[in-house]
Design a protein around this ligand. Sequence first.
Ligand code: NDP
Length: 423
Amino acid sequence: MARAKEAFPAWRAVAPADRAQQLRRLATLVEEHHEELARIESRNVGKPIGGARGEVAMVAQVLHFYAGAVDKFHGETIPVVGGVDMTFREPLGVVGLITPWNFPLNIASWKIGPALACGNTVVIKPAELTPLSTMRLGELALEAGIPEGVLNVVVGKGSVVGQRLIEHPDVAKIGFTGSTEVGRLVMQGAASTIKRVTLELGGKSANIVFEDADLERAAAAAPYAVFDNAGQDCCARSRILVQEAVYDRFLDLLVEATGKLRVGDPEDDATEMGPLISAAHRETVDSFVQGTTPAFRGDVPEGRGFWYPATLVEAGPDDRIAREEVFGPVAALVPFADEAEAVRIANSSSYGLSGSIWTRDGGRALRVARAVESGVLSINSNSSVRPSTPFGGVKQSGFGRELGMHALEGYSEVKNVFYATEA
Ligand code: NDP
């Protein structure tokens, strides 16, 4: 933190074009080390290599985006009497970043990109289980010419290193992604020094399928929206709400599609789902399924790995499995009667991160999109995370936005200056 503080004055003074060039170089180095970084991520997290390659490609896109954003995020002039009023976007100083184990490098880039673009220096603490890719990114940053002290990677336990970041008087902001439980601790800890915080927390997102939807498309896409990354995804559409009139038909199609999921060795190019992160996490996931009679349970390989089968459970909206975040390959199917009930069930969660709406009725699609309490939604698609568009939650899924130009607001402060011009 002392190094980050020392490096701050010089980094904020770097000419915008030069800062952009250094970020651009880092993005290019990530592209050049694409396969190496994907292998590190796949081995460390146990995620399929195909998914890891896609994630590393996104890391480069995110860094390119923020390289391009350095000189496009600026102040304004405001009409006032007696002079000129202008605003500046000032960096915050040293920012502390705390990231989880499910998408380690990806989520790191969502925070590092805008933080460095705005002229802040960074101390990042990756999750203890998955520090390797972030450490490698730190080395690449030096190779890219980003000065020593600007991007610091500190490994260690959340309760020790993370806690210190949160309490440290020289840290101006905490950008956190993780569980809602730890998010609460971040807010509490940040209060003592009035730190800014951005919180990207848990989710229990609804995938709402209306009777007039393209059922084949919705069912074929649904497994990837919840079993991708073995369900260890804050955006997992793990509550599948289906209109009663098409429920049985949709369930048949979903079971068929889920059965095709290729579960196996993460290093195999064809694998779509790997094991879970740890034995302890597998126990937590299983605790949600205990006592239910799943409508479907997939196969898993034998041997090493914390395997858990893709599982579909029919549930009522108030069942634990339909309310709490499982963070594993388990989806709850819940029937609904009409549009009003779909919205009521979707909003009956304390979370509000992501979700999907499947219908051919354009008016309904927009009505429901406006009514569902969620930070990110997709219509006739399950894809809503892109480098250029804002991402983040409402309710207990957190606040603040990552990605796109919106993320820059979380890593800068508006300064207002009035300049008198009267003679
Ligand atoms: P945790 O909240 O347990 O951990 C997240 C990070 O916080 C880790 O680096 C961890 O360190 C650190 N941490 C833990 N305790 C403290 C503490 N007392 N003070 C400071 N830092 C601490 O979450 P998981 O790693 O288990 O990730 C899964 C959770 O993250 C899920 O609930 C998921 O929904 C959420 N998530 C949300 C996303 C979003 O964008 N909204 C994206 C991805 C995940 P360490 O583990 O090293 O001890």
